[in-house]
Every structure is written in structure tokens, then in C-alpha cells.
Ligand binder design. Structure first.
Ligand SMILES: [Zn+2]
Length: 306
């Protein structure tokens, strides 16, 4: 790895620490657009401890920007002028810190399944001819519940967010990354030289395992719910966690819409996108208003015809 001079900034608004080449002149935070950023003293890249495995970018700035604009346009609910407001100078290629957590699990579940049965019931009714109350019998359906239980095995390789600014939901939405040997960035220093940035991790291995357990427990529960009509409990046992630091490539976009900063993130390898698209008030008003106007017209016409 070539040795280069780097600088790190810390954002007071979102807490992210971002490292870039020493000639980088940041005015706002790449993640949240805040101007409240503090520059830490310059350092040498070699002074930074050994770097973890780093997945390389496959989409360049132009390709990523193009995809974002297509995505903004593709939502019917987005305001028509939104794609035009997305500026390429508000996108950053960031190597985002993460943990890869691999584990085998076994989940024991308990629940119940039901069967529809019929029983003969006695009812009363008034005979319209005689006016008398009479008894009659009828079949009535009811559900009978039977206890059921079982176990299932699962194998997980989760990417756990170690960014101080991105949320786990944002990172999970971009999964998976190809972490094979040929997908790795060969020279991180060279990548920083070309204007890319790297975020310093805010989450340690222990916390990553805790977060992975929570996510996997939720997934296991959902899986068990597909196995049985009514799930009462699911208890997951974890094997030994294998954790490894990894850096994943993410394009971070900030775009202003009517004074509000929105963020979208893109998997720098696959182009998978996640973010909130602003909703056009006019389109929503029209969508609700047109059916209401039609109903009103029908009511008026039917009243006039009486
Ligand atoms: Zn920030």
C-alpha cells in the first residue's frame, strides 16, 4: 500500500468520522450535510493500523448518479421536479465500516395448528306461516387447535453496520456485497487519492455480535411463522460467531427537496438503492380528490334524477 497523507473530519451532527486525502476540502458532512465538522490533525495512512478487507466499487460517479436519477423518476408519488434537483456534487463514494458475522443457529418453536370441524347445534326461529317459534338443527363450523412444535436450522452471514452515521436498516437494505477475493480493493490509499473517503468504525466486535443476534432472532421468528399457523414461541440457540472486519463501498447521496435534506444510499458494487423519496403533495391531493369528485358527481346526478 502506498503511503499517503490523510485527514479525518468529525461531524458533530451525526457523529461520523470520515477520512479522506489531505488535500480534500470538506465544507459539509457527506452523510448529513451538516456544516458543523471538526478537522482532526493530518496523519499518514501508514500510521493507521492494519486495514480490514475492503470491497471495491464497481459503479463510478456518473453511473451511480444516473441510477439515482432514474430511481427518483420511477416513483409515481415523487414530485416531477425532484430528479432535476439531485446534484452530482452531493454524492460521495464512502468505504463504510462493517462487520461480517457468520453463525449457525437452531431454533426450537412451539405453536398450534387448527382444523375446521362441524358440530350440530340447536337453534330457534319463527315460522312465517304460523307465527310459532320452532326449534331446528344446523351444522356450525368451528376451529379446533392442536399443539405443534419443531426445530429448524439456519446459517447466516450478516453484514453488521459499524458506521456512526448510517443505520442498520440502510446497510441491511443494500445487502449483499460480494466479499470474494476478486471483489476486493487492492489499494485503499490509491482509492482515497482518487477522491474516495473512508469512515472510521464506531462499533466494536462485541456490539456487532449483539446486533447480529437481534437481527437473526427476528429472521428466525419470521421463518418459524411460515411453518405454523399460530406461533407461540421461538427460541434460537447460537453456535460460535465468526466475526471479521470488512469495509463495504457505498455511494451516499444528499438531495435537497424544498429545504429538507434527504439521504439515499447505494451499494457501490451492485447499484442496489435505499432511501426516502419525497411525496408530491399535489399528486396525492389529485389521487384522493379525483375519486371524491366522481363520487360527488354520482350523488348529485342520482339526486337530480329522483
Ligand atoms: Zn454528519
Amino acid at each position: 500500500m502506498a503511503e499517503i497523507a490523510v485527514k479525518t473530519i468529525k461531524c458533530d451532527a451525526c457523529g461520523a468520522s470520515i477520512t479522506g486525502i489531505s488535500t480534500w476540502k470538506p465544507s459539509v458532512c457527506d452523510y448529513c450535510g451538516s456544516e458543523v465538522i471538526v478537522e482532526l490533525p493530518a496523519a499518514s495512512m501508514s500510521a493507521v493500523a492494519e486495514r480490514p478487507r475492503c470491497v471495491g466499487f464497481r459503479l463510478d460517479a456518473a453511473q451511480a448518479g444516473e441510477r439515482l436519477r432514474a430511481w427518483l423518476k420511477s416513483s409515481f408519488w415523487s414530485p416531477g421536479d425532484l430528479a432535476a434537483t439531485a446534484r452530482t456534487d452531493e454524492q460521495a463514494a464512502i468505504y463504510v465500516p462493517a462487520w461480517e458475522a457468520q453463525v449457525e443457529v437452531e431454533t426450537a418453536w412451539q405453536g398450534a395448528r387448527s382444523e375446521t370441524r362441524h358440530r350440530r347445534v340447536s337453534k330457534t326461529r319463527t315460522n312465517p306461516q304460523t307465527g310459532q317459534t320452532e326449534r331446528y338443527e344446523e351444522d356450525e363450523a368451528y376451529q379446533e387447535w392442536y399443539p405443534a412444535s419443531g426445530t429448524r436450522q439456519g446459517s447466516y452471514a450478516e453484514v453488521i453496520n459499524a458506521s456512526g452515521a448510517l443505520t442498520q436498516d440502510e446497510v441491511s437494505a443494500l445487502m449483499p456485497w460480494d466479499t470474494g477475493a476478486e471483489a476486493m480493493e487492492e489499494d485503499l490509499a490509491d482509492a482515497l487519492n482518487r477522491g474516495r473517503r473512508m469512515e472510521e468504525p464506531s462499533v466494536g466486535a462485541e456490539e456487532a455480535v449483539r446486533r447480529a443476534r437481534e437481527i437473526i432472532e427476528g429472521r428466525e421468528r419470521s421463518e418459524c411463522q411460515t411453518l405454523i399457523e399460530r406461533l407461540d414461541s421461538a427460541s434460537t440457540r447460537f453456535g460460535e460467531f465468526l466475526t471479521q472486519r470488512v469495509i463495504v463501498p457505498v455511494w451516499v447521496f444528499r438531495y435537497n427537496y424544498k429545504g429538507k435534506v434527504q439521504r439515499a444510499v447505494m451499494n457501490g458494487q451492485t447499484g442496489e438503492l435505499h432511501g426516502e423519496r419525497p411525496v408530491s403533495g399535489l399528486k396525492v391531493a389529485l389521487a384522493i380528490g379525483i375519486p371524491l369528485a366522481v363520487i360527488a358527481a354520482i350523488v348529485i346526478v342520482s339526486m337530480l334524477m329522483k
